[in-house]
Design a protein around this ligand. Sequence first.
Ligand code: PMP
Ligand code: GLU
Length: 394
Amino acid sequence: MNQLSDRINNLATSATLAMAAKARELRAEGKDIIGLSLGEPDFNTPDFIKDAAIEAINQNYNSYTPVDGYVELKEAIINKFKRDNNLSYTLPQIVVSTGAKQSLANIASVMLNAGDEVILPCPYWVSYSDIVKLSDGIPVEVQTSIDTDFKMTADQLEAAITPKTKMIWYSSPCNPSGSVYSKEELRALADVLQKHPNIYVVSDEIYEHINFKGGHFSMAEFEDMYDRTITVNGVSKAFAMTGWRIGYIGAPDWIARACNKMQGQITSGANCIAQRAVITALEAEPSSIKYMVDEFKERRKLILNLLSEIEGFKTNEPEGAFYVFPNVSSYFGKTIKGKTINNASDFSLFLLEEALVATVTGEAFGNPDCIRISYAASQEEIKEAIKRIKTALS
Ligand code: PMP
Ligand code: GLU
């Protein structure tokens, strides 16, 4: 008999991590899989950050850190928010966590009571809905489409709000669509929220620097939204530090204090060496990572060109992050190589088995017509992957 809790039994496995594990497994069996499933920069962490970590080890940084992060790191985060986002936070408003994923889990557990609704514009990042459910919240999906560049409009937001709405969570640049909300678009959403003063916003800005158009805007920059916006960020993407596991929030101090309390009972805080290294990362000018952003931009151009040659892939032009999110629904109902494709999951599985290319089904992001392809891979891998996809489908 299954003795596990309902909580874990009802939790979905992270689709991104599951696909990455599946690709690893197939590779171990000798299959030549190209992994375009995981959203993880393929660059090495820059040397100046690695050097800071080595120095921290040699300086004997080995004890528990303050639960919410070293003061020097929180100061670096405050300066970063000021420099890059025009946001003013004080020390008690910052909490450093074991990745932005934990920041989000902290927020859910300190903000949600059973039955509270969280509006998630679709497509949303894969873990939002299950993190919300883990805290007994109810994800409320708002469907968007390629025609609005996968962004939620003010009218859609208004229509989704109920007396139970507690929060809205979105990422900009968006994982998986790459869409970036402009200042005007965010203002329109904020105007709706003016009528609903008890709704809080999670603005996940982890792809902030991977923005090809420029013009990143934070919801908390609006004076009337500052007191009810939690700004989430981290170093995984911009600094190629996924495995170092550092994320952070800037939030109203009562929310930050609650996250600190939560973290004090479940992790005691983030890794000390990684925290020291992140001080150096955040003190560096964003120009120090421009070479990676430039390369992602080149790859975006490449993959969009290559995909445009495949019939049935309808794709928006992502403005940030490192994903394309093509609508592949024109393949649904077709049988290719003896395999019937009924939905995006079938399609993604077909690509894995027949093209040996790992992608992620859009269903995991709340959009069942699309698949997500990560272009955080070399140009050679991208060319080979799209060639294989084209051949498998033709
Ligand atoms: N938010 C978004 C939108 C993401 O894509 C990711 C991917 N890792 C995270 C949060 C979590 O990042 P991490 O835990 O690595 O800081
Ligand atoms: N955020 C990345 C992705 O969406 C990494 C995987 C994860 O953290 O789930 O693929």
